[in-house]
Design a protein around this ligand. Structure first.
Ligand code: ATP
Ligand code: MG
Ligand code: FE
Length: 347
């Protein structure tokens, strides 16, 4: 099927046309466009919801026209329209979802309401057609840090989550402490390459615990104290932070691998932080210890994009999961609640 995908849950406006019959990543993504709002939010050191929603409104309509033109298609040529319906900043989600509803109504096409986290969770299958269910997913993004068994579309069992901050949030806060600006993850990774990961003694919260949960708040506080102490170079703090965070992730994921149901075909990492090369390297070794491949989407498909939303649309549409035009936008929407199509009061 040909699916138009729309993403607007945070600070990227994105649209893509996905061909579910494509055999490779290159042929599956027929066209995609993405507009980041980084510049608009940079003065505030984080995403400002009102600014984000307004920017989505300005950019999305023309972007949908442009991506269809890139694909050489008219709206009537697509089989369905998929849009993020949550979780995320409600103003932005509503812009994308209402746009998708209007397009669906105008072209008389089915609507697929996609959970943004399902977009991340299935994105490795967009990139690697050989990846089969079930797989163990480490989902590490700006708002989430979870480990899930992915048994199929809408079939998620959560083994672990964070008791405080998400991993991407820890990177972003560290960036702020070090004055690296917004968005912080890529800047911390860059600076960490110039530092000594053993220079600053930092805690590894929950490492050794028998349940695979995460905690990063104490690590962030320790980074703040290290910066305030003024004895270490920023690059050493960045490198030591990244090492501590990755040690936590590897330890927690090792526990999850030991408690996961048998038969996992791969260790998979997705979400914005999966773009981090050091994280990917550490997980390759861990997966190999367990006789599993590590599957990670290309870095550009790790951070928010519409290709992953279009792909989740492909998988849901293939199973007959479409949604009524009064489906509601949801600011919160846990992935493991996602077994059934969502219904609700109108937007
Ligand atoms: P969610 O998906 O949980 O709703 P989000 O959509 O805002 O949150 P993503 O776009 O999936 O988050 O990921 C963004 C996060 O990834 C940010 O916290 C960012 O700092 C982090 N990130 C991006 N690239 C890197 C990198 N190379 N190293 C570390 N962190 C990174
Ligand atoms: Mg972003
Ligand atoms: Fe995301």
């Amino acid at each position: 099927a040909l699916i138009l995908g729309i993403e607007s849950s945070c600070d990227e406006t994105a649209a893509a046309v996905i061909d579910g019959n494509g055999a490779t990543l290159a042929t599956r993504i027929v066209a995609q466009r993405i507009a980041s709002q980084d510049e608009a939010h940079r003065p505030y050191g984080g995403v400002v919801p009102e600014i984000a929603a307004r920017a989505h409104v300005e950019v999305l309509g023309p972007m949908v026209e442009a991506v269809l033109a890139d694909a050489g298609l008219a709206l009537g040529d697509v089989d369905a329209i998929a849009a993020t319906a949550g979780p995320g900043l409600i103003g932005g989600v509503m812009v994308g979802l209402v746009t998708a509803k209007a397009l669906a109504m105008a072209a008389d096409k089915p609507l697929v309401a996609v959970n943004h986290l399902e977009g991340h969770a299935l994105s490795p299958r967009l990139a690697d057609p050989s990846l089969c269910y079930p797989y163990l997913l480490l989902l590490v993004s700006g708002g989430h840090c979870q480990i899930l068994e992915v048994a199929g579309v809408g079939q998620y069992r959560r083994l672990a989550t964070t008791i405080d901050d998400a991993l991407g949030e820890a990177f972003d806060k560290t960036a702020k402490i070090l004055g690296l600006g917004y968005p912080g993850g890529p800047a911390v990774e860059r600076l960490a390459r110039e530092g000594n990961p053993k220079a600053v003694p930092l805690p590894r919260p929950l490492v050794g615990s028998g349940e695979p949960h995460f905690s990063f708040a104490g690590l962030k506080s320790a980074v703040m104290r290290a910066k305030d102490a003024g004895v270490h170079a920023d690059a050493d703090i960045a490198a030591s932070f990244q090492q501590a965070a990755l040690d936590c992730v590897v330890d927690r994921t090792r526990i999850a691998l030991s408690v996961a149901a048998p038969g996992m075909t791969a260790l998979v990492v997705a979400g914005g932080v999966a773009a981090n090369a050091a994280l990917r390297g550490a997980l390759v070794a861990l997966a190999a210890d367990h006789g599993l491949p590590l599957v990670a989407p290309p870095p550009k498909l790790c951070t928010d994009n519409a290709a992953m939303i279009g792909w989740a649309g492909v998988e849901r549409f293939a199973l007959g999961y479409t949604d009524p035009l009064d489906v509601a936008a949801r600011p919160r929407w846990p992935l493991d609640e996602n077994a059934a199509p969502v219904r609700g009061a109108g937007v």
